[in-house]
Write a protein of this length. Structure first.
Length: 332
């Protein structure tokens, strides 16, 4: 599977951007990247430069409103292209703004983290957080173009790099064995595209990409984001693999392989953690149906269980309790 035309992947792509990006755009960039990329990039393409907070702090309604007001002050119209430069939080936030400003502006994404390159920028999801949980407010809004320059990863902190690996390894567990414990950016992008093109609005098959995220997002919330997204997804994937074994889907030897690999990356649970808080946070997961929390589960490494096309199912409280106890015992 080749990358579609709208995804431009090449070493040194940022240097070539001015030659093919649309004129009359506005750059919205992670404030930590302003000096590294923003100022020079804005000069090259002759675009205004707006900054937003780094990380999850960007994904708040006050930031949405601020960026919208700044755009209107600049005199944008429906042909103004928003150019997002940053990690997953930046692409999520700017994508959401683009989807609602003037009922839709052209969008270009330039991801600068591994997670954004292989996950957040691919598939058209946008979103912001609220007090009830992560990404509960958002839209499906595909960008016109995605520019990926793997050279920018040389400046990426280790924790941010691990977050991207977590998403690649997740694909290895639910979709493609070739990605399990590997680092293949192009193959990961192709895998994500394969899933999202089959199910653009997440009605079934696309849910496999939520493996590890039901518990992972809840861990982020109850830790007040002291646990990073990457760490939370690693812990979530391992725990949901344990749950897959607990209900008889996953063979013990395969779970043991997953366990041995993932536990080296586990963080300690913070003082804010309690099992009750974690269970409460899961109630707001987007897969909840009829008040039941549903999980994506795997029946072998490289394959998510289909459950007659739903690709998720509820589990008993006793089964979930055993898996959460397993998690807690490995995060002392």
């Amino acid at each position: 599977m080749r990358l579609p035309q709208e995804i431009y992947y090449e070493e040194g792509a940022l240097e070539k951007c001015p030659s093919f990006l649309p004129k009359g755009g506005v750059i919205v960039i992670d404030e930590n990247l302003k000096e590294l990329y923003g100022v020079g990039f804005a000069k090259k393409i002759g675009a205004p430069l707006l900054t937003i907070p780094s990380g999850e702090a960007a994904k708040r309604f006050c930031v949405v409103e601020r960026v919208l007001n700044q755009l209107f002050e600049l005199g944008i119209d429906r042909e103004t292209t928003l150019i997002a430069v940053g990690g997953g939080s930046t692409t999520d936030l700017v994508g959401f703004v683009a989807s609602i400003a003037l009922r839709g502006l052209p969008l270009v994404l330039i991801p600068t983290t591994l997670l954004a390159m292989v996950d957040a920028a691919i598939g058209g999801k946008t979103g912001v957080n609220c007090s009830f949980g992560k990404n509960l407010i958002g839209s499906f809004y595909p960008p016109k173009q995605i520019v990926i320059d793997p050279n920018v990863l040389t400046t990426l902190p280790k924790k941010e790099y691990l977050a991207g690996l977590a998403e690649i390894w997740k694909l290895g567990l639910v979709l493609d064995l070739r990605l399990w414990k590997k680092k293949d950016i192009l193959l990961a992008i192709q895998g994500k595209l394969f899933v999202t093109e089959k199910d653009p609005k997440e009605q079934g098959f696309r849910r496999i990409l939520n493996f590890g995220h039901t518990i992972g997002h809840a861990l982020e919330k109850v830790s007040n984001f002291q646990i990073s997204h990457g760490e939370a997804v690693l812990m979530g994937c391992a725990t949901e693999a344990h749950l897959s074994q607990e209900i008889g889907l996953l063979q013990e030897n395969e779970f043991c392989e997953i366990e041995a690999f993932y536990v080296q990356f586990f963080s300690k649970l913070p003082a804010t953690y309690s099992r009750e808080k974690l269970l409460d946070a899961m109630r707001y997961d987007k897969k909840v149906k009829g008040g039941e929390v549903r999980f994506v589960l795997i029946d072998k490494i490289g394959h998510a269980a289909s459950f007659e096309g739903a690709y998720c199912r509820a589990v008993s409280f006793q089964e979930l309790e055993k898996s959460l106890a397993w998690l807690e015992s490995h995060c002392g």
